[in-house]
Design a protein around this ligand. Structure first.
Ligand SMILES: NC(=O)c1ccc[n+]([C@@H]2O[C@H](COP(=O)([O-])OP(=O)(O)OC[C@H]3O[C@@H](n4cnc5c(N)ncnc54)[C@H](OP(=O)(O)O)[C@@H]3O)[C@@H](O)[C@H]2O)c1
Length: 247
């Protein structure tokens, strides 16, 4: 089992992709710390983990309550002794529309969860991972980060920022055997994307692989179904005007 003996904290573990990743980490042998705002739904996931012979803890956590993030991480380390894996999965996508129509408050609310919430979780776990000389951080991002579809400024921007943060943090902590990667789960059927065809369980192998990377594994990269993706928007030369190479 790739994660035997590890402690793995998953944000947004109440449903959708986060619940499947939590179940996948438990099947891989980790003790999973389930976090989200919905304790009832997390208890149902915890029961599924127990039914499969795994173990988990449940902590209510809104990732935008930044002080609370630190308290939950400290409680995890206090009770379980360590934190090996952080899967930053919590995310929202509720401000779709043209920039001319989406007020800045809605834009900022998406960033508060997808980007600043993820940052807060990294900030809280890093002292523990650095002290123990080991950590794996898996940031659930999106191909929206480089697709730049009209109407997706808030969501795409928040995920492009996650990818940039992933690349920066990877360089900062490499010497401590902390590997930081981003992943796209693909377009999967969840409350966020109810018309997609793919089941969220399809995202699990990539999430487990990144959580269990050996010390010489990749860091600062972006994957979907274990294949590398571009981190950030590439020049759309058919669309962009101006001399090439201009800034
Ligand atoms: N579905 C797709 O096609 C797709 C594609 C690319 C990327 N993604 C990414 O995959 C991740 C999971 O998305 P999903 O499709 O599983 O969405 P979902 O079914 O809507 O689930 C979202 C999860 O995030 C949690 N969450 C939202 N706001 C939170 C907050 N403030 N604090 C803590 N948890 C919060 C929710 O938990 P509670 O409401 O219980 O707190 C829930 O567990 C997101 O980062 C999303 O951007 C999804």
């Amino acid at each position: 089992m790739e994660l035997k003996g590890k402690v793995a904290l998953v944000t947004g573990a109440s449903r959708g992709i986060g619940a499947e990743i939590a179940l996948g980490y438990a099947r891989a042998g980790a003790h999973v710390v389930l976090t989200s705002r919905d304790e009832e739904r997390m208890q149902a996931v915890a029961e599924q983990i127990a039914a499969g012979g795994g173990s988990s803890s449940v902590f209510r956590l809104d990732v935008t309550e930044y002080a609370e993030v630190g308290r939950v991480v400290n409680r995890t380390v206090g009770e379980l002794g360590r934190i090996d894996v952080l899967c930053n999965n919590a995310g929202v996508n509720f401000a779709n529309g043209p920039v001319a129509e989406i007020p800045p408050e809605r834009f900022a609310n998406v960033f508060a969860v997808n980007t600043a919430g993820l940052y807060a979780c990294c900030y809280a776990v890093l002292p523990h991972m650095i002290a123990q000389g080991y950590g794996r951080i898996v940031n659930v991002s999106s191909a929206s980060a480089f697709m730049c579809q009209p109407g997706s400024a808030a969501y795409a921007g928040s995920k492009a920022a996650v990818n940039a943060l992933t690349a920066v943090l990877a360089k900062e902590v490499r010497e401590h055997d902390i590997l930081v990667n981003a992943m796209s789960p693909g377009a999967v059927r969840t409350d966020m994307n109810p018309t997609a065809d793919t089941h969220p369980v399809e995202a699990v192998p990539t999430a487990v692989w990144l959580a269990a990377l050996p010390a010489e594994g990749p860091t600062g990269r972006f994957y979907r179904f274990m294949e590398e993706l571009p981190m950030l928007p590439e020049h759309d030369r058919d669309f962009m005007s101006g001399p090439s190479g201009s800034r």
